[in-house]
Design a protein around this ligand. Structure first.
Ligand SMILES: *Cc1c(COP(=O)(O)O)cnc(C)c1O
Length: 373
């Protein structure tokens, strides 16, 4: 048993978390889904080691839930029937590492093209994998500059391209268009290519936006990473990675110790996160996800309008829940936990964010004297 003092330390920490959550507008984390059903599973040694689709020797896993979760996302991303595979990761950094790894094993000597606005972890992943790469310029709105991509591809027509597409960049939620990228590859007759979609945040709802962004398997992606703790607000970081099965078979290796196939990045894997994602998709269903993204878009529109009305210029990409504005004064930035980079900040209107929170942030910015960084 914990001592009285230890218990009160934990209770204080809980209060701290509740307070901090009320003034968190800068990161893509949803707080509206309750995961209390997971509590009894904390007393079991859950570990999802091995391939979720293969029998393994260790039985205390949630593979059956993991398979259902991955199936849900495979349908959502229009994965090719009988040629997809996936697993629940620790997040999109791992999902992106996995996609790039499959790309490297599929296209020997491939060069990775990624944009200036790609997530900071991409460089690290490329360094881990020792893959040659070229950074492509992006436009002010955060989207990849397709002319720069075309020109760069032309210069290296002798090597197969691996395109790392951002389906919602971290700072501006800009979406690279997989259809347009495919068009450029076709135009240059670059038949051997690989496209990975980094859909960390937007993968949670891109399928339900109208018009539908071009980002999934049917659009031409070969692998896709989605985070679970962002739009689905799971209580621990997690995600889903999906890929074409034939590319995964190339790297699968049977391992006697676990009595299964070693197809995942890590050995031991979180067995609670597939349960959390399973709860999320069962509680929400497709309609629940549609309702949540509609609410987010409505709040984002509200925020954009209110900021501009107050004389603080703010903008967002089409169909985006990320509202971008000049970085406010340090105390405001700190209080509201606003991610900031190159002089800009954003609020990400996750489904639990209210008009009142937007109003309160705006009041703080005005009180602090507008846009002084
Ligand atoms: C958040 C994010 C990542 C990293 O995802 P984690 O789940 O935090 O590892 C990668 N790419 C983009 C575009 C992101 O926004």
């Amino acid at each position: 048993m914990l001592s009285r003092q230890d218990q009160s330390q934990l209770a204080d920490f809980l209060d701290y978390l509740r307070d901090a959550a009320r003034v968190e507008l800068g990161y893509p984390v949803a707080f509206d889904i309750d995961y209390q059903e997971l509590a009894p599973f904390l007393s079991h040694g859950l570990n999802n080691i091995g391939d979720p689709f293969k029998h393994g020797s260790y039985k205390l896993n949630s593979h059956r839930f993991e398979r259902e979760v991955v199936q849900f996302f495979a349908e959502m991303t229009r994965a090719p029937q009988d040629d997809w595979w996936g697993y629940v990761t620790n997040g999109s950094t791992e999902g992106n590492l996995y996609g790039l790894y499959l790309a490297r094993e599929t296209l020997a000597n491939g060069i990775v093209y990624f944009s200036q606005d790609s997530h900071y972890s991409v460089r690290k992943n490329l360094h881990f994998l020792n893959m040659p790469n070229i950074m492509i310029r992006s436009h002010a709105n955060g989207q990849m500059d397709y002319d720069d991509l075309r020109e760069s591809l032309k210069v290296r027509r002798d090597v197969p391209p691996i395109i790392f597409a951002n389906i919602g960049t971290t700072m501006k939620e800009a979406r690279d268009d997989v259809g347009v990228i495919r068009g450029i590859l076709d135009e240059l007759a670059l038949e051997r290519h690989y496209i990975h979609s980094d859909a960390a945040l937007c993968g949670g709802y891109a399928a339900y936006l109208e018009p539908r962004p071009s980002w999934d398997f049917a659009d031409g992606a070969d692998s896709i990473a989605i985070s679970g703790h962002k739009f689905f607000g799971t209580p621990m970081p997690c995600g889903v990675v999906l890929a074409r099965a034939k590319n995964v078979e190339r790297i699968a290796r049977s391992v006697a110790y676990i009595g299964s196939f070693d197809t995942t990045v890590t050995g031991s894997r979180n067995g609670l996160s597939p349960l959390a994602l399973w709860c999320a998709i069962h509680k929400l269903g497709e309609q629940g996800i549609r309702d949540r993204i509609r609410r987010s878009l409505e709040v984002a529109e509200y925020a954009e309008v209110q900021f501009n009305k107050a004389g603080i210029s703010a903008w967002r990409n089409p169909q985006s829940i990320t509202v971008v504005f000049q970085t406010p004064a340090a105390p405001v930035r700190d209080k509201w936990q606003l991610a900031s980079s190159d002089g800009i900040s954003h609020v990400i209107c996750m489904p639990h964010i209210s008009h009142e929170q937007i109003d309160a942030l705006l009041a703080d910015i005005r009180h602090a004297g507008g846009e002084a960084a």
